[in-house]
Design a protein around this ligand. Structure first.
Ligand SMILES: Nc1ncnc2c1ncn2[C@@H]1O[C@H](COP(=O)(O)OP(=O)(O)O)[C@@H](O)[C@H]1O
Ligand SMILES: [Mg+2]
Length: 445
């Protein structure tokens, strides 16, 4: 549920900042071009106005060939540093007056406005007196002084750079912030997870305390019960001795009662074994014998709605702790019962298997001989995602108080510890097959 931002250098906010900086830069360039155009059109306008003023004032001087007056008008324009030259021509093209600063004027011209290649603009305006053409006035100006243009560009570049910097800093701060927020979210979810785990552990602990109490209780009851059975058996034996030959038929009843008592005693033995806590003590076990011995207890655990079939064909033995293996079989039987609330069939099977390749989903498998114990039920089955997680500790689909999610995890742990494997096959709606593969113990037999 947690998505870690692995590529820390290119968070979306950084990309956003880059885009913003690029947009800013483009806007700056556009503005520069626009300003350039605006400036040059304004420049032309102002030069033309000056030329018109000069033309109007100098036309009389031209007509009267008054060169001194014409020169005075032209000199008046020297104060304008942008004007690089000015000239007044008579109608026939003779130069009447003029000046030039570091440039050569092009001579008499009538074209209204010419941009020269080297950064000048020439503007010619006709001078007329009473509708008659007297001559021409020519002004030459720089389109823009290089220092001035540079200053303008420099200012613009400075502005754009500063803008981009501000954006970069902001986005960096933003990235830091969001990383921090992400960390907080992670810490928070970890906390939640830990709380949930703690809750589950407490629940499991409570459940296991309960189980332990039940184990002790049933163990105690079974013990007392066993003593009572022994007393009844003893008395039956005494009763048999006291029977007179004429009440011979009574012996049959007594024998039947004695047999039932034997079964009861067997059952209490099982309960005692189940509730006893013992360390793992591996010993040679034949799974068929074990399953046969547990049949009664299994029958009792699954209830009447489930029919039990035994198919005990396995003859090989294995090395394992008998009590634990019994617990495992009972656990599997109880899981099968829970999967068949409306009844069904549970087949307990044993088989000798020689395997040369690992069964599906099995890791660390050694090919060889295995004693297999298979429990098949016709219950609800498991969807794949449940099947895959079934052996996880605390994984349960059962309501609170009913399942601990520890049965299969303990089974798996024990089987692996004993060198065996647990296979789970399940078809939803059809049933489940649990297979325990235990390495064959060749032993002496
Ligand atoms: N025979 C089965 N049929 C269907 N589902 C099963 C069977 N055995 C186990 N499961 C599923 O695996 C889960 C885990 O089982 P287990 O570890 O024994 O815990 P618990 O029985 O306490 O839920 C069960 O909750 C159930 O969903
Ligand atoms: Mg269980």
């Amino acid at each position: 549920m947690m998505l870690l931002q692995k590529n820390k250098g290119w968070t979306p906010s950084v990309i956003g900042a880059l885009v913003a900086a690029a947009v800013l830069l483009a806007a700056g360039v556009l503005m520069a071009v626009y300003q350039e155009q605006l400036y040059s059109s304004q420049q032309i306008k102002s030069v033309r106005e000056q030329a018109q003023v000069l033309a109007a004032s100098a036309s009389a001087a031209i007509l009267f060939e008054d060169r001194a007056a014409a020169q005075e008008y032209v000199d008046a324009l020297r104060v304008n540093p942008e004007l690089q030259g000015a000239a007044i021509y008579a109608a026939d093209g003779r130069l009447m007056a003029g000046f030039a600063r570091g440039t050569r004027l092009p001579g008499h011209k009538t074209t209204a406005e010419t941009k020269t290649g080297d950064g000048y603009i020439d503007i010619a305006v006709p001078a007329s007196q009473n509708g008659a053409r007297a001559g021409t006035v020519l002004l030459r100006a720089v389109t823009e002084a290089p220092e001035r243009r540079n200053a303008r560009y420099f200012g613009l570049i400075l502005l754009v750079t500063m803008g981009a910097l501000v954006i970069a800093v902001l986005s960096f701060a933003q990235a830091q912030l969001s990383r921090r927020a992400q960390q907080l979210v992670e810490v928070n979810s970890r906390l939640h997870q830990e709380m949930e785990e703690r809750r589950k552990t407490e629940e499991a602990l409570r459940q296991s305390h309960k189980m332990e109490a039940i184990g002790q209780l049933s163990g105690g009851i079974a013990h007392d019960f066993n003593n009572l059975i022994m007393i009844v058996k003893g008395n039956l034996r005494l009763l048999t001795r006291k029977l007179s030959p004429e009440t011979e038929s009574g012996a049959g009843y007594i024998a039947a009662a004695d047999e039932a008592l034997d079964r009861a005693a067997h059952l209490t033995q099982r309960i005692l074994a189940f509730s006893r806590r013992q360390p793992l003590t591996p010993q040679r076990v034949n799974l068929s014998t074990l399953a046969q011995g547990l049949a009664e207890l299994i029958r009792h655990s699954v209830g009447e709605k489930v029919t039990i079939s035994l198919m005990l064909q396995g003859s090989w033995s294995t090395l394992c702790d008998v009590n634990q293996m019994e617990n495992v079989i009972l656990n599997l039987a109880i899981n099968a019962r829970d999967a068949m609330p409306n009844g069904g069939e549970l087949i307990v099977e044993t088989r000798d298997m020689t395997l040369s390749a690992p069964p599906p989903d099995v890791e660390n498998f050694t090919p060889g001989d295995y004693a297999a114990l298979i429990m098949r039920d016709t219950g609800t089955g498991m969807p794949e995602e449940v099947r895959r997680r079934a052996v996880d500790p605390f994984f349960t689909t059962k309501p609170l108080g009913k399942g601990t999610g520890l049965g299969l995890s303990m089974t798996f742990g024990f089987v692996r510890q004993s060198g065996g494997h647990l296979l789970i096959e399940s078809v939803p709606g059809k049933g489940t097959t649990m297979t325990i593969l235990m390495p064959r113990d060749k032993g002496t037999s």
